[in-house]
Design a protein around this ligand. Sequence first.
Ligand SMILES: NC(=O)c1ccc[n+]([C@@H]2O[C@H](COP(=O)([O-])OP(=O)(O)OC[C@H]3O[C@@H](n4cnc5c(N)ncnc54)[C@H](OP(=O)(O)O)[C@@H]3O)[C@@H](O)[C@H]2O)c1
Length: 257
Amino acid sequence: MALSGKVAIITGSSSGIGAGIAVAFAKEGAKLSLTGRNQKNLEEVVKECKKAGCQDVLINLGDIAKDAFRKTLVEATMKKFGKIDILVNNAGICDLSPLISTTKEQYDRMMAVNVEAPLFLTKLVAPHLIKTKGNVVNTSSCATSMIIPNSGAYIMTKAAIDTFTRYLAQELSAHGVRVNSINPGYVPTNVMSKVFTKEVSEQMDKAMTKATPIGRTGSPEDMGHAVVFLVSDKAGFITGESVRVDGGLSMTTPALG
Ligand SMILES: NC(=O)c1ccc[n+]([C@@H]2O[C@H](COP(=O)([O-])OP(=O)(O)OC[C@H]3O[C@@H](n4cnc5c(N)ncnc54)[C@H](OP(=O)(O)O)[C@@H]3O)[C@@H](O)[C@H]2O)c1
């Protein structure tokens, strides 16, 4: 198993892509520190991880945008497992609107969860990753390689993550720590249902299936496989990369209406 005995913190692992990464890690023998705010969802993910063979799962509930919670998460992980090998900064929110109606509150919230949280959580975890010569994977978006309508402030947060990924890879490579991002294409998850009505979500699923050259939308499992590869020794010469896992979506210009 590629991640046997490795300890991984995965933020935003109570649903969607983070849950997919957690299950993929569980299958590869990792020990998991999972986090989100929705206890019921997180407990479901724990069940899936246990079914996949991982019995060492810690959960911490809290707002990743809060400094105090980030400290609690790292301390609790160290207390239970005694080391950290992998940090996956995956928690994120997507609040789409045209610039003309984007509010300061929307912008501040997306910056806090999508940019500040990964930056300062990584700062807390980095000393532990240096000891284990570990890995960071950030969840960015293929939207940084294309223009998606109404997503200006959101794309800015993900562009910041691509730059952070390259920057941090440079800073930490001397310590043997690799840093990469996955840049997902369209993956039907709660991130969309929080923004769109059920009807609009269904329309989006159809439109994005058509727009994606590979002929389907992505799945949390697709993202999990990519992250397992990036943190494994097989990717030992890859750092500072933003890896599009998008079925070719960013090669197209979808007409989303
Ligand atoms: N789905 C896509 O098509 C797509 C494409 C490109 C990039 N992404 C990125 O993929 C990542 C995961 O999104 P997803 O699609 O899997 O959506 P999701 O199912 O809504 O998952 C988002 C996760 O982030 C957590 N989260 C959000 N705000 C938080 C906060 N303040 N504190 C703690 N946890 C918080 C959520 O936890 P709770 O619900 O428990 O609060 C949940 O576990 C995000 O960074 C998103 O931008 C998604």
